[in-house]
Design a protein around this ligand. Structure first.
Ligand code: OFO
Length: 165
């Protein structure tokens, strides 16, 4: 059974994951409108993944006798000055999510809620991967700079870049 404070903290995370999904969906749309199909598809996938993260929390809260809260979301940013800015925002966002997960882990230990602590380990591992991936992408984008040809190739190769790195 979840304590009220853990339930509230997990519900806050539901909202963060849902907002992540919206932020990445808006990035996918922006890239698509600009004609970058590879980057766009990559961001659509990221958006789907964040929704999965949200659903995992929903199921966990309900299974543990709580009530998952589906709340209003902040509107995401819908345009960027460049892909460099967009991917910097993506990395910043993942770092923010990691901090939020760390705080949840901290609360679960304080309350000796080992079931929740165990459940959160999946998110800890996921955040390590997602931060690393965002850093890899940002490094590539910084190398490309404003070179149009480089961006064209990056758009073509982004799926492989991230899978193999
Ligand atoms: Fe990439 O944030 Fe979810 O966990």
């Amino acid at each position: 059974m979840l304590s009220k404070s853990i339930e509230a903290a997990l519900n806050k995370q539901i909202r963060i994951e849902a907002e992540s999904s919206q932020v990445y969906l808006a990035m996918a749309v922006w890239a698509e409108v600009k004609g970058f199909e590879g980057i766009s598809n990559f961001m659509y996938d990221q958006s789907d993944e964040e929704r999965e993260h949200m659903l995992k929390l929903v199921k966990f809260i309900n299974e543990r006798g709580g009530h998952a809260q589906i709340s209003e979301l902040n509107a995401p940013n819908i345009s960027y000055s460049s892909f460099k800015e967009m991917f910097k925002k993506l990395l910043d966002h993942e770092v923010f999510v990691s901090e939020s997960i760390n705080e949840l882990v901290h609360i679960s230990l304080q309350e000796k809620d080992y079931a929740t602590h165990n459940f959160l380990q999946w998110y800890v591992a996921e955040q390590i991967e997602e931060e690393a991936m965002a850093r890899t992408i940002l490094d590539k984008i910084n190398m490309i700079g404003d070179d149009k040809g480089g961006l064209y190739l990056f758009d073509r190769d982004i799926q492989q870049l991230t899978v193999s790195s």
